[in-house]
Ligand binder design. Structure first.
Ligand SMILES: [Zn+2]
Length: 406
């Protein structure tokens, strides 16, 4: 059972202008046209095929939330934009929140009033219009729920005009969500034809979703240059500073929502000893599965150290572009060597009990600038998932590093 909804045609000129873009967008620096024009095709959206799909779980993964707290969708007498939602709240002014994580594309006055447009990793765009004040700039990364604008009384009415777009073409939020903010169970397939017309086909749950590659254009945060050759010091020692990381600043923020691919270090493992512990001197998290199970690199990176390291036994240290280093020790065998590039989820060692260990396990550490911190900031070890927080590290004059989570 499927229902077809035709949506408007994309301006041909723009389609021509952007149709050469056959690759994923590599940067969040939008072009002048992208920063100025409300309706403009999304570069790279149909880069690999003529369709893509959006499922409720794609929206949830990007943090879906209703853009106005306690807001109500209403139909005003002056309604002139038929596609989107008019949302009002009881307050004299209300904050308007990003419906999902993404990067702000446009912030300016349009026909709809002061407007913010956000492009999301799932391929959709959301539009927040009729604002009194905007709180973000083009190129800003925003997390789901982050305030992006303020709506204030204008001719006695306080409301936000909210809509979605696909490839610059308006799409009613009602296609994917209900007016109470809950998501519909349907999934949608968006197809573009040679003329640039986008067609949306709604599919009921239970039908098999054809999974298209996710629109992974949002550039992962890169604080560290992985191409920099490793020094002898870096190849021989574990707790060394990361070049470039705190070079011009004492504060860095690592956004776990923007680290790209990730893997739990030891799938199926249980924590047998947490960070800190009774004597407060345990610098890692002990993970247990079965001997010889494969230990996985948590993020993409470059192996900085691989070898025996005193009480740690066989140890692997991986440096990641996001600014973190991860360490895996007591390994039976290391499967990589210093200088190797690894992908998130790649097997880098096998579980053992080398060094000072009373049972076979992986002593897993997360470090920033060579200093270990609690891996609970990065992983929820109960559900084996990556947290979706921003971690702020402050380096003090004595070299110690404090950590705050947001
Ligand atoms: Zn340990």
């Amino acid at each position: 059972m499927l229902k077809r909804i035709s949506i408007l045609c994309v301006a041909l000129l723009l389609a021509l202008f952007y149709s050469f873009t056959g690759h994923h967008k590599e940067s969040v620096d939008f072009s002048r046209a992208e920063r100025r024009m409300l309706h403009i095709p999304t570069a790279g959206l149909f880069g690999n095929s003529n369709y893509f799909t959006v499922t409720p779980s794609d929206l949830r993964r990007d943090g879906w939330c209703f853009p106005v707290e306690d807001g109500v969708v209403f139909t005003p007498e002056f309604r002139h934009e038929p596609v989107g939602w008019y949302i009002m709240s009881a307050e004299a002014r209300h904050e308007v929140r990003a419906a999902m994580q993404g990067v702000v594309r446009l912030v300016r006055k349009t026909d709809l009033g002061r407007t913010v447009v956000i492009l999301h990793p799932n391929g959709l765009e959301t539009v927040y219009a009729h604002q009194a004040k905007t709180l973000v700039r083009s190129g800003d990364y925003v997390s789901a729920g982050q305030p992006v604008a303020l709506a204030e009384a204008d001719h006695g009415a306080v409301y936000t005009y909210f809509t979605m777009m696909v490839n610059g073409v308006p799409l009613s939020p009602s296609t994917l969500a209900r007016e109470d903010g809950t998501l519909k169970p349907d999934w949608v397939r968006f197809t573009v034809d040679g003329g640039g017309t986008v067609r949306a086909t709604l599919h009921r749950p239970g039908t098999v979703a054809e999974r298209s590659p996710r629109f992974e254009w949002m550039k992962a945060q890169e604080l560290v240059d992985l191409d920099r050759p490793l020094t002898a010091m870096e190849r021989q020692h574990v707790g060394v500073a990361t070049p470039g990381l705190f070079e011009n600043t004492s504060v860095i923020t690592i956004d776990l929502g923007r680290v790209g691919d990730w893997s739990y270090p030891l799938p199926g493992a249980k924590v047998i000893s947490p960070y800190g512990g009774k004597r407060r001197n345990h610098t890692g998290t002990d993970l247990k599965t079965r001997p010889k199970d494969k230990i996985r690199a948590v993020f993409d990176g470059v192996v900085r150290f691989s070898g025996k390291y005193s009480a740690y036994g066989n140890m692997v240290v991986v440096r990641h572009a996001n600014g973190l280093e991860t360490c895996y020790s007591h390994n039976a065998r290391n499967l990589v060597k210093a200088g190797d590039r690894v992908k998130a989820g790649e097997a880098i060692a096998t579980v053992g009990r080398t060094g000072r260990a009373t049972t076979e396990h992986c002593h897993f550490e997360v470090r920033v600038n060579g200093v270990p911190f609690n891996s609970d900031y990065v992983f929820d070890h109960a559900s084996h998932t990556l947290r979706n927080d921003k971690l702020t590290f402050r380096r003090k004059a004595n070299g110690t590093i404090s950590i705050k989570t947001e």
